[in-house]
Design a protein around this ligand. Structure first.
Ligand code: GCB
Length: 607
């Protein structure tokens, strides 16, 4: 689904703000038709926002099941004769949307946009009652998976095999927008270049077309100059003297699509894109044919009070910290991020490893967290129902982000079990699906520390090897000499087995900001700094290493447990974004990189 926008033929109204809010403690809201009347509640909740840290009651914070949002919305008077649409940028993890008494759309999957055409249910100039029920339950079938058990306090208890807290609610913006009867429904853009000549292959999908339309395309550069033009719903456009999209210099063109009928403009939509290529060549990762090394972080959408809500100001602040460290890239661990984040990465030349929400498909973690390992790939565990939702997660992510120049790799899962029987049968069709949907980008999955080269059975299905390793933290705790040897030995074994580019997608140590130690003891700022330096020494010795993403950019909230003190403390910044000593280690190492990127930017501006 195209991101809604204002254009000469479309109007967009933002629906963020305060909503009446009710927690469905008994799970009776649907049967009692709460959508059919004004919500009986005194509570209010802001959108976007996770509701969990906003209220004082534990029954709300840790509620498992449905919550309800409601608000009156007025349709602009001038929208007569237009299609009227609703769009939710996400509802975590399941949403039912009602317009007055009618269910207009249901969607499962907490990090993807969805919406409905509500034209037949509303009238221009009048109001309607918008009610949204949101469910945060994770089951073995959902992506990510989880389990609900009866709690001793009589309430349901949610558990899951990932550590970040299950923040819930409407985390991203809501929109009302108009579209014409005949409209652009989708656009796919694939770019290439040879020397100074850029090419743009495009395919359009129209909705409500009569067959008499004429489609005109115009490519505009960053200064609004027309640099290419064409007609038709598919074809190739040539950009002479092309400016490439590069890491650190996110040059964007715009493809203006105009649908005309009988001499009249019926729809107009603009899609941003960049001209660049990504490829794997032997053990190198290439952007525009040049070797690229990833520096940056695994991140989380996580902030104090608002939880997983998107906030533009906090986003810009985070990106400024990223730039300060010299990071050129990040991974959307462990779910797709808000579209505003991706837009920013496109504009500013950040390289993104774009991940689905398939985290925790691994019952080995049961062995770590107590309870003993149970099979991962089994009926009632990761099974056909999980696979169906996983397929949907891949399809929706690629559909949403396919035209983004920042996206360099699709990561289809984080730390799934890759050694058990069943792993290959589960992942082979998913890898094939990702390739079919996007033949232009390398694909990968993120490998867990249990699945060493001798055990893992799925790596050859992917183009890059992404590894999360914790030598010196979960293993050889506090012994960085032993950790250094173990890390290097494993990376060399991978290099021998795999031969493809390798990215360390996680390495990090929990660190209490302000805790210091002469002897570099675990949990101290000194240890985190030494830990990172040790990894960097090893990376610099192993040729196939093409990337380093520290875990994590910032401390983040988790579920409770003996492994975490008010959250995961592996942040290089605290949760309120103050630097730990490690931040300076990274800045020192990566600023070389930052300086060379700056030089490149200055050169490209001069050219
Ligand atoms: C991992 C996970 C990440 C955790 C991290 C940790 O391997 O991918 O989600 O937060 O380890 O800190 O344990």
């Amino acid at each position: 689904m195209l991101k809604p926008q204002n254009s000469p033929t479309r109007e967009l109204v933002n629906l963020d703000g305060l909503y009446a809010f009710r927690v469905d403690h008994e799970g009776s809201g649907h049967a009692e038709k709460w959508f059919a009347e004004r919500l009986s509640t005194e509570l209010e909740m802001g959108v976007p926002g996770s509701y969990n840290d906003v209220f004082t009651e534990p029954e709300i914070r840790d509620h498992v099941g449905w919550v309800w949002y409601q608000r009156e919305i007025r349709i602009p008077r001038g929208w007569n004769g237009q299609r009227v649409n609703l769009r939710l940028d996400s509802a975590t993890h399941e949403g039912n949307v009602y317009v007055n008494d009618t269910l207009v759309v249901s969607h499962v999957g907490g990090y993807m946009p969805f919406g409905a055409d509500i034209t037949d249910l509303v009238t221009a100039g009048e109001t309607f009652r918008l009610t949204i029920a949101v469910n945060n339950t994770l089951t073995q079938a959902t992506i990510p998976p989880g389990k609900v058990e009866a709690g001793a306090n009589g309430r349901d208890k949610q558990t899951y095999l990932h550590d970040f807290y299950n923040y819930s609610g409407l985390h991203r913006s809501l929109w009302l927008y108009s579209t014409p009867e005949t409209t652009l429904d989708d656009v796919t853009i694939v770019t290439d270049f040879a020397g100074t000549a850029g090419t743009v292959d495009y395919t359009l999908e129209l909705a409500g077309a009569t067959g008499t339309e004429e489609v005109r395309l115009t490519v505009l550069d960053a200064d609004d100059n027309e640099v290419a033009a064409g007609t038709g719903t598919s074809g190739r456009l040539d950009i002479p003297n092309v400016t490439l999209w590069k890491p650190g210099a996110g040059y964007l063109y715009r493809l203006l699509v105009e649908i005309h009928r009988a001499g009249e403009l019926v729809d107009s939509y603009t899609e941003n894109f960049g001209v660049r290529t990504v490829a794997v060549d032997g053990n190198r990762f290439l952007i525009n044919g040049e070797p690229f090394k990833f520096t940056g972080f695994g991140m989380h959408e996580d902030h104090i009070t608002i939880g997983k809500a998107h906030n533009n100001t906090l986003m810009v602040a985070d990106f400024n910290l990223l730039a300060w460290t010299g990071a050129n890239s990040f991974r959307t661990s462990h779910y797709p991020y808000a579209e505003e984040v991706m837009d920013y990465a496109d504009r500013h030349g950040l390289v993104v490893i774009n991940e689905t929400a398939a985290v925790g498909l691994n019952n080995m973690f049961g062995a770590v967290f107590g309870g003993g390992p149970t099979p991962t790939y089994a009926e009632g565990a990761v099974d056909a129902a999980t696979a169906a939702n996983h397929r949907q997660a891949i399809e929706e992510l690629i559909r949403r982000d396919k035209n983004r120049p920042s996206v360099a790799i699709w990561s289809i899962a984080n730390e799934p079990n890759a050694q058990e029987e069943g792993a290959r049968a589960y992942f082979e069709p998913l890898a094939t699906l990702a390739r079919e949907l996007d033949p232009t980008r390398p694909i990968g999955y993120v490998n867990v520390m249990f699945d060493t080269p001798d055990k893992s059975t799925i790596d050859d299905l992917f183009d890059v090897l992404m590894l999360n390793r914790y030598y010196g933290w979960y293993l050889q705790t506090g012994d960085l000499e032993a950790a250094e040897q173990a890390l290097e030995a494993e990376l060399r074994a991978w290099e021998a087995k795999h031969g493809k580019p390798m990215i360390m997608t996680e390495y990090g140590a929990d660190t209490m900001a302000g805790n210091h130690s002469m002897v570099s003891a675990p949990w101290s700022e000194e240890y985190q700094a030494d830990f990172l330096r040790m990894y960097h020494r090893v990376f610099d010795r192993v040729e196939s290493m093409v990337g380093e993403h520290v875990w994590n950019f910032a401390d983040f909230q988790t579920s409770v447990g003996i492994m975490r003190v008010d959250g995961n403390k592996k942040g290089v910044f605290t949760r309120d974004r103050k630097p730990k000593a490690a931040a300076f280690v990274l800045r020192e190492r990566w600023s070389q990189n930052a300086e060379s990127l700056e030089r490149e930017l200055v050169q490209s501006l001069r050219a």
